[in-house]
Design a protein around this ligand. Structure first.
Ligand code: ZN
Ligand code: FE
Ligand code: FE
Ligand code: ZN
Length: 272
């Protein structure tokens, strides 16, 4: 099993289930040494009064989230970090920075889930793919992921090729986009997340693909691991495969965070 799972959600977001203690029980059962909760940050980027139902906790719940994570951490024999998953929305950087600065996060995961308001990873908005040029969609997606990395707001960029979630593949050769993305991550000094949730969706593979992961390795981009669990049973799910993929791409270590400072953990001994 993986020594770490840095991407756990909580029921506060409205689309996950289970108590935090149940996530931690499962992690202990699996022998995971360190976990981090990284629930969705409140929808800071929407105009006042607007919302997306069951997408994220309300702003008034954020102190509660921090307290819940800190409290449950004391009861279990593993390290529990305080993370957050924040959407990157161009133009809203200042608001995001202000919100993040109010809490003692160990790490901040930056995510791209929207292309100009289109929730491209939301099953309810999936038909939009058939109306668009897939090559363009991929280009726009990776451009925004690069912009997120270069914003300097994040320690980790989540599920770097999430755009493949529903299995829509462009005709385009992806290698130049991968190269550009890896260069941007390297320049920004961010970590790439190796996220096993893609195994649960039509994409049927880990985010990022082996091709993109090899490109990250070539450019010296560090990596972390996360299951993106939205219920206790998903903790650690798919992470043994993620570790194998990491090794295949050349990686021998993962990066962890405390108070937004990096630590290195060697993964030899965790892979079979
Ligand atoms: Zn979620
Ligand atoms: Fe996400
Ligand atoms: Fe997530
Ligand atoms: Zn996620």
């Amino acid at each position: 099993m993986s020594p770490v799972d840095y991407h756990l959600h909580t029921r506060l977001c409205g689309h996950a289930s289970g108590e935090l203690e149940e996530y931690l029980e499962q992690a202990v059962r699996l022998g995971i040494r360190e976990v981090g909760f990284s629930d969705h940050l409140p929808l800071y980027f929407l105009p006042p009064g607007k919302t997306i139902p069951d997408y994220a906790m309300g702003e008034e719940e954020l102190p509660l989230y921090v307290e819940m994570v800190q409290n449950c951490a004391r009861k279990f024999p593993l390290r529990v970090s305080l993370g957050i998953e924040a959407d990157y929305v161009p133009g809203c950087e200042k608001k995001l920075a202000a919100l993040l600065s109010r809490y003692p996060f160990d790490y901040v995961i930056g995510s791209v889930h929207f292309l100009d308001g289109w929730g491209f990873d939301n099953p309810a908005e999936m038909e939009e793919y058939s109306r668009r040029d897939l090559d363009r969609v991929y280009e726009e997606y990776f451009a925004l992921v690069q912009q997120a990395a270069l914003s300097g707001l994040f320690d980790i960029i989540a599920h770097p090729d999430l755009i493949k979630k529903f299995g829509f593949q462009p005709g385009l050769d992806l290698s130049p986009l991968y190269e550009e993305t890896a260069r941007a991550f390297r320049r920004a000094g961010v970590c790439a997340e190796v996220n096993s949730a893609g195994l649960r969706y039509p994409a049927g593979e880990i985010y990022p693909s082996l091709g993109l992961l090899k490109c990250f390795f070539k450019h010296g981009v560090p990596v972390t691991l996360g299951s993106d669990a939205h219920c206790p049973e998903q903790v650690g799910a798919g992470l043994p495969e993620a570790l194998r993929l990491l090794r295949e791409a050349g990686y021998r270590e993962v990066t962890l965070f405390s108070a937004r400072k990096r630590r290195i953990l060697e993964i030899a001994g965790y892979c079979k």
